[in-house]
Design a protein. Structure first.
Ligand code: G3H
Ligand code: 13P
Ligand code: ZN
Length: 322
């Protein structure tokens, strides 16, 4: 089937108590690892491209890689989505250039300005059969070239969501309930330590999510910054010349719970990066004489595939839903 929008996917996910995985893609191996897992697990999927990915790999290469995945996986629905569109022009360029979904992220702007920019993108997108994700609230962490310190992050205010959605006409809403971008989601001061000395992050604000859902019944909610930062890959990186102390993510059982509620899309990028980097670091340590990129990218792609399979089956609950 051709690329689809997320409309049908989100409706089924909402009713079925699961979420669709939205994985960031930057090169061929990442696209292949994700979509091979989704094809084998019969899972619908959102492949998302950031401004940074477009700057790195070029819009056309990324669209063509995704089109190749669509041709290789005709039995699963695939959405091509712009992640964190910074302005109208970038959204327009992706809408005109084959994407089926865009995010306009004006969450750092004042409320009225966020509404105005989002509504402009929605009008253009809907005229072209494309759906729009918007954001209210600010996540901590790094996204593209924007770094938001923990103290500057702010939870979504539930009392604003109805006005925002009705005035903008957006199709889904990303909210801030305590997730955060990147591999260092929380400072040590924000966490407690368990008996093994491992950092335990503060729990997500399910009260905020529930209040938002009450005000927007049936409306798909999105969680960004939802990598779990698998400790096996952090360890693999650190044991093979890397230095990532105290990298900590969102516990998977909390994401599973969010997926059972109104969260229909869960964004995962950093976990893929950790799997790829850990695998390549270990490979080079074991094989200092090797220099063929195919030899180290092959196990990296295989580990991305297994990581995505785990997310589909154990975290998102979307395996078998294609
Ligand atoms: O939220 C941002 C995504 O993880 C994309 O990151 O801008 O480095 O491509 P990037
Ligand atoms: P992570 O950094 O937690 O993977 O979040 C990715 C994301 O939200 C992309 O928009
Ligand atoms: Zn994000």
């Amino acid at each position: 089937m051709p690329l689809v929008t997320s409309t049908e996917m989100f409706k089924k996910a909402y009713d079925g108590g699961y979420a669709i995985g939205a994985f960031n893609v930057n090169n061929m191996e990442i696209v292949q690892g994700i979509t091979e897992a989704c094809r084998e697990e019969k899972a619908p999927v959102i492949l998302q491209v950031s401004k940074g990915a477009r700057a790195y790999a070029n819009h056309t290469y990324l669209v063509k890689l995704v089109e190749a995945a669509v041709a290789e996986c005709p039995e699963i629905p695939i959405v091509l989505h712009l992640d964190h569109g910074p302005d109208f022009e970038t959204c327009k360029s992706c809408i005109d250039g084959g994407f089926t979904s865009v995010m306009i992220d004006a969450s750092s702007k004042p409320f009225a300005e966020n509404i105005e920019i989002t509504r402009k993108v929605v009008e253009y997108a809907h005229d072209h059969g494309v759906v729009v994700e918007a954001e209210l609230g600010t996540l901590a962490g790094i996204e593209d070239d924007v770094k938001v310190a923990a103290h500057a992050a702010s939870y979504t205010r539930p009392e604003e969501v109805e006005e925002f959605v009705s005035k903008t006409g957006c199709d889904s809403l990303a909210i801030a309930i305590g997730t955060s971008h990147g591999a260092y989601k929380f400072t040590a001061e924000q966490c407690t330590r368990n008996e093994k000395g491992i950092l335990v992050p503060p729990p997500l604000r399910f009260d905020v999510l529930e209040e938002v859902s009450k005000r927007l019944p049936g409306f798909p909610i999105v969680l960004h910054g939802s990598s779990s930062v698998p400790q096996n890959y952090v360890k693999m990186i650190n044991e093979n010349g890397g230095k990532m102390p105290d990298a900590v993510g969102i516990p998977e059982e909390q994401l599973r719970h969010a997926a059972e509620l109104s969260v229909c899309k869960i964004n995962i990028d950093s976990d893929l990066r950790l799997a790829m980097t850990g695998t390549i670091r270990a490979f080079f340590n074991e094989h200092p004489d090797k220099f063929d990129p195919r030899e180290y990218l092959k196990p990296a792609r295989a580990n991305i595939k297994e990581l995505v399979r785990h997310k589909l089956v154990d975290v998102l609950g979307c395996a078998g839903k294609a």
